[in-house]
Every structure is written in C-alpha cells, then in structure tokens.
Design a protein around this ligand. Sequence first.
Ligand code: GMT
Length: 383
Amino acid sequence: MNYKKRTMNHLRIGISCYPTFGGSGVVASMLGFELAEMGHEVHFIAYAQPVRLTRHHPNLHFHKVEVTDYPLFEYPPYSLALASKMMEVACEQHLDLFHAHYAIPHAVSAYLAQEMQEEYRIPVITTLHGTDITLVGNAPSFMPITRFILKKSDAVTAVSQFLKDETLEVFQVVRDIEVIPNFVRNDQFNCPVNCPDIGPSKADETATLVHISNFRPVKRICDVVKIFSIVRSQRPAELLMVGDGPERAHAERLARELGVDSDVYFLGKQLDIDKILHESDILLQPSETESFGLTPLEAATACTPVIATNVGGLPEVIVNGETGFLLPVGDVVGMASKAMELLSNRDLYIKVAKAGRAMAIELFNVERILNMYLQVYEDVLHG
Ligand code: GMT
C-alpha cells in the first residue's frame, strides 16, 4: 500500500466524534478548532454539526453523514454510513489521517474507511474518552470489536492514566497507549484570581452551587440534590443544574421531596459554560466514575473550586485538599461539609481557587496538549 507524501505543517485531518454535549465531542471540537487555527485543514464527519463548533473558521469543514432508513432496519446502521462517508471525504479531500474520538463506533468506522480507501493508507488514531471503555466497550456485545479496534488502530490515546490502565487490564491488549489529557484555553475561562468578588464572602449571602453534565446515572445527580439540600439547611444557597438526560426527572422529584425545589434551577443544555462557572461558587461532581472530568477542569480554570468523588481519572485533575476536594462515592454528608467549609472560610476558598487554576494552566494548557497530539500524528505518519 502506498503512503501519501505529507507535510507536517499543513495536515488534512478527518475527525469523527459525537456531535452532542458529551465530553468527547466537546474535546474533539476544541481540538479541531485549535488545529485549524494552526493552519491545518480539519474535516468533521458526523451526523450533525458538533455543538461546540460554533465559530466559523476557513480551515474547518463539516461533512454530514446521512443514514438511509428502510423498513427492514430495526436499527439503521450508522457505523456503515459513517465509514462510507469517511472514505468518501478521505478521497475527495486527500486526508492524511483519521482521528476518531470514542471507540464505538467512530474508531471502527475509521478502520473500515481505511480498508476501503485503496489509493493510499490513511492512519487511524483512536482517542478513548471513558465510557467507551468503562461502560459501553466492555459490554458483552461490544467487547470483541472494541478489543479488535484497540489492536488495529495505528495509535491509541487515553485521556487519563486511569483510563489507560483500565483499558490494558480489561481488554488484555499489549500495545502502546499514550496518555493525552483533555485541555482548556485559559483565556476562555479567564479569571482574575485576586478579584475580591470570588466566592460568597458573608454567611448570609446566597451561595451558588452548580452541576453540569449529561444527567446519566453515572453522574449521580440525585447526590447533587442531596448535597445541596444539606448545604441549604445551613445557609442561603441556590443550585444550578445544567444539562439534560435520563436522571433529570428523578432529581426534580427529589428536590421537591426534600423541600428545596424553589432554590434548584434546571437550566437545560447551555453553551455559555464559562459564564455559568464564573457566576457559581462551587462545582459538584459526585460521579460514580469519571475517566477524566472535563467540567471539573473547566471549573478549576475558572477559579470555581470543585467537590467531586475520588474515582477514575478525577485525582489526576483535582488534587484532594489542594485544588479541590475528593470524597468517596455517595458520601453526600462529607461533600456538603466540604462545601460549607469552603463557603465559610474565605482564605481557604481563595487558596483552593488559585491552586486549581494554576494546576489547570500548568498541566492542561492547550499548547502542551496540542503538541502531544501533533507528536502522535507525526509518529503515525513518519514513524
Ligand atoms: O458519559 C459521559 O460522561 C460522556 C463521555 C463522552 O465521551 O462524551 O465523557 C467521557 O469523556 C470526557 C471527555 O474526555 C471525560 O471528561 C469524562 O470523564 C468521560 N466520562 C466518563 O468517564 C463517565
């Protein structure tokens, strides 16, 4: 098979991802935008325009996957339509590589497109985000194909060391997996850390707690409501619930049962996450598991201290006691007590907020992470 002649300063990259509010789609969109800014040509291939791809850029392109429905199909085969589209875009746009975000089905479709494209070989880079390994990929119906694609991808990256270890253990594959964490732009979540306004300064001032997610069971949003209700019993507070998903109705009912519903605001899906984080005092993330925790990273960057669970990749993003607080899953009393501590001790609040932002900028800044991805691209193209 031929290899295409490439130049590293103008790559043509095909990205497939979920175009929704989920973390993997957000990371893929942010990465695509930054690559476009650097002068690379980026082609998104998905069933809808990715939601965070809001800004126009001459180097950014979107190719919509149309899925033909037919009465015979109980489940229209999106993976095949995606593979066909990826192959087509690769030929028409002379793509240098495919970057698939989330193994199922994007990496599998990319592999099929690679096999179908006969002119030259297009490498496939697969980025694992979390549930593609911890929940979906290891389900019996997907396990064999996830293992297959882990072996077949030209490069595999994982968003945390936790996810890398989990992948190697669960799938028993022997291969290199590079840890490339998620990233933030510090100008997007810019925060004047010395600003006297951060955090509520008086006990009688309303504190704003926030939770942002897809409201799936893994996020334990009823724990968010329970934590809030304990805090609310001790001081004026409100809770912003940002996002939507299957657990919403449970959480709404629980808020009513606990008598705090008038202070809980379900805001639905929102794009202005930076604005919401700036207006909030604490982010609550009591997840069952979290392979990275993009929202905690964004909160830390915005100087909004995080209270989360000590699971998965969260300890790689938040250092317990220094840049936020991590407690065992389900420990709603402990999390409420940490929230109260932060809200009543202004020095501690400022210390944690500053440390969170400093760590985010040092370890997860866009330049550092972009270079890591570019190195992977270079390795697969020239290695
Ligand atoms: O299930 C989700 O939470 C969405 C999922 C996704 O792929 O969209 O999130 C995962 O990827 C994010 C981006 O890399 C990570 O920040 C999240 O921690 C991860 N979610 C889980 O592991 C539960």
